[in-house]
Design a protein around this ligand. Structure first.
Ligand code: C5P
Length: 241
């Protein structure tokens, strides 16, 4: 059955779901970096991210962190709840890397004394600028209560996922979360949305320090497909060939 296309993003397409209040999330192989300046394809990425994100969001659901995830439908699609995306990307960092290392002139790999949570305004046109809570509440992107909740959930997700990845020999250096508003009658609750995958996390092999995430694509390190496969393999979700 052909479903109505609701939205096409850089890595995913959203289609109308089979029941009201549901959406089908389709994972593409397309990869972009530096806000679309660099584009490419990572063969099989969509299939792997579908599995990896299914696994991680399910484990978070298991420990009582609400997410939009309902179930995986097939190799590239999953059924999720329809939410209103909060236009704020929440980044949690355990180790300095990427834009943080650059912004503050610290060396990549410098451990941070405690997890740092940052907010970015989700806007391709503005290049997702770093913003403060004042900006977020003044523009009405989220309320102070939403921010408290997002901060608490982000830190719980960090604790849980850091432990889960360490068990697979991977250090969770940093990651990005998105939240959605889920309306049930008149009540609104925030749930984790989008995906959690090597596209949205930095994962470094504990032993070798090797980058096992999208930085391999961003920095032309090669072995991109293999790194995504290795993450899926270590999590025990590598699809049968
Ligand atoms: O580039 P930066 O260092 O700010 O990224 C921090 C983390 O957030 C990285 O794990 C990156 O993959 C993720 N991120 C993302 N989507 C963005 C920006 C960052 O998934 N738009």
């Amino acid at each position: 059955m052909r479903r109505r296309r609701l939205y096409e993003g850089k890595g995913k397409v959203l289609f109308e779901g089979p029941e009201p209040g549901t959406v089908v999330q389709y994972f593409k192989d397309d990869a972009t970096a530096f806000n679309g300046e660099k584009t490419g394809t990572i063969t099989g990425k969509g299939v792997l991210n579908n599995r990896i994100s299914e696994f991680l969001l399910s484990r978070l659901n298991d420990v009582g962190i609400p997410t939009h995830f309902i179930r995986r439908l097939n190799m590239r699609e999953q059924l999720v709840r329809e939410v209103e995306i909060v236009p704020v990307e929440v980044v949690v960092r355990n180790v300095a890397a990427g834009s943080f290392a650059k912004r503050f002139g610290v060396e990549d790999g410098t451990p941070l004394p405690r997890a740092i949570v940052e907010w970015y305004y989700k806007s391709d046109a503005l290049n997702d600028p770093l913003v403060t809570e004042e900006h977020i509440t003044s523009f009405g992107w989220a309320t102070p209560q939403d921010l408290d909740e997002m901060m608490q959930v982000a830190l719980r997700v960090n604790d849980f996922l850091s432990g889960l990845f360490i068990g697979c020999g991977l250090r969770l250096v940093d990651f990005k979360l998105e939240f959605g508003r889920l309306w049930e009658d008149e009540d609104m609750r925030l749930v984790l949305a989008d995906e959690i995958s090597p596209d949205s996390c930095r994962l470094w092999d504990v032993e070798s320090g090797e980058r096992m995430d999208k930085d391999r694509f961003r920095k032309d390190l090669g072995g991109v497909e293999e790194a995504y496969q290795e993450v899926a393999r270590r999590l025990g979700v590598l699809p049968e060939a």
